[in-house]
Design a protein around this ligand. Structure first.
Ligand code: NAD
Length: 389
């Protein structure tokens, strides 16, 4: 096994792009909120190898990770996958589900594609997912939810982007028992984190041609904590006045509105817990967890992962839908500045599902994980080979 720091140095070196003669050029700069490979001359673009940490995870994770790698490689881009293991399987070997080399690898590559990891309920180790987000300060959780032709749902015009604060709120994990029969969890909301996530939402809206940001809260009841979140959002919104619309909604009303009139909404910004719940609601509006991608973005690193969990009952059976992780991979391509490759991947997924011949089981078809990935990869490669790079 390679020691953490040594592994980090090795990956850091590997992640430096090389020019045609094999000389290292500068490392890609990841920009906020979607990075552009702005420090490379255009003619070098086709020669970059992206070094990406790959965490297959638990349950269906390894299968959907293989499927996603197949599709991403079909774009013709070069990837050097640094495969590291985290999750339940690592406890026996390392005594922890999150061995040091996982964090070391992401700190070095700055980009990870991650499958789901099991978290025991009510006992056992702390969520690896939450630990990763906090350790790397991945403060923005981006979860787009967009209707897809061929996926039967109540609405066909949903196009929402959920921006969830990822580092505080009830997820700070500060809990204690009060005697034998009571327990307290502490909800932390700070101005700094609230302004930071709200700014991210507005910058995302500007960069991606969106029209409106809606802040979601329960400030009528939690006047101090959610009140501070709302006040922070209003402060930031004022800086974007005239460019991006702003409004706010109480979270319970927001849920009803999303179920009744989702097309009225665009980008939503929420504290951690409401963001988690509302993003599952949004996923349900567009076909369920199998199609819901996500990204955890910080200033120094980004981890791309599906909204769904490890679905242990489907593990190892070639029945899981890899769409959510494949689309998370497309978000990763956008983050790396590979927008046209990202669009090819997104279109290929949508076209294969819309055609209806090779559709995963959770969407009403009978295709296995591998067959679906192969169909999407073939479509991506067909477009890639006809598109000059
Ligand atoms: P889950 O997302 O694993 O499953 C919920 C339902 O959706 C199940 O019926 C499942 O079979 C189905 N499903 C989910 N993904 C699917 C896919 N790709 N294809 C087809 N069907 C799919 O949620 P859960 O059962 O609440 O959680 C299982 C484990 O995953 C728990 O340990 C939980 O803590 C963990 N989890 C991890 C993450 C993460 O790693 N980011 C996120 C959520 C849950």
């Amino acid at each position: 096994m390679v020691a953490g720091a040594a592994l980090g140095r090795r990956i850091l070196a590997a992640n430096r792009p090389r020019n045609a003669s094999g000389e290292m050029t500068r490392r890609p700069t990841l920009l906020f909120p979607h990075g552009r490979r702005s420090d490379l001359p255009e003619e070098d673009a086709s020669r970059v190898t992206y070094t990406v940490t790959l965490i297959p995870g638990d349950g269906i994770g390894p299968e959907i990770a293989d499927a996603s790698v197949t599709v991403l490689e079909a774009t013709g881009l070069d990837f050097d996958w640094q495969r590291v293991e985290a999750g339940e399987s690592q406890i026996a070997r390392h005594g922890t589900p999150l061995p040091d080399e996982v964090l070391d690898s992401i700190r070095a590559t700055r980009v990870a594609l991650k499958g789901p990891i099991t978290t025991p309920i009510g006992e056992g180790f702390r969520s690896v997912n939450v630990t990763l987000r906090q350790a790397l300060d991945l403060y923005a959780n981006l979860r787009p939810a967009r209707s897809m032709k061929g996926v039967e749902t109540r609405y066909d015009d949903v196009d929402l982007v959920i921006v969830r604060e990822n580092t505080e709120d009830l997820y700070a994990g500060i809990e204690h028992r009060v005697g034998r029969d009571a327990a307290e969890s502490i909800k932390i909301i700070t101005r700094a984190a609230s302004e930071r996530i709200c700014r991210f939402a507005f910058e995302y809206a500007l960069t991606n041609g969106r029209r409106k940001v809606t802040a979601v809260h329960k400030a009528n009841i939690m006047k101090l904590s959610d009140g501070l979140f709302l006040e922070s959002c209003r402060t930031i919104a004022a800086q974007y006045e005239g460019r991006i619309e702003f409004e706010d909604r109480i979270v319970d009303n927001m849920c009803m509105q999303l179920v009744q009139k989702p097309a009225l909404y665009d980008v939503l910004v929420l504290p951690n817990l409401y963001g988690d719940i509302v993003s599952d609601l949004a996923a349900g509006l567009v076909g369920g967890l199998g199609v819901a991608p996500g990204a955890n973005i910080g200033d120094e690193a980004a981890v791309f992962e599906p909204v769904h969990g490890s679905a242990p009952k489907y593990a190892g059976q070639d029945v899981a839908n890899p769409t959510a992780l494949i689309l998370s991979g497309a978000l990763m391509l956008r983050h790396l500045g590979e927008t046209s490759a990202a669009v090819r991947v997104e279109n290929a997924v949508r076209e294969v599902i819309a055609e209806g011949r090779t559709v995963p089981r959770d969407l009403g078809g009978s295709a296995g994980t591998k067959a679906f990935a192969a169909a999407v990869a073939d479509r991506v490669a067909a477009v890639a080979s006809s598109t000059p790079r």
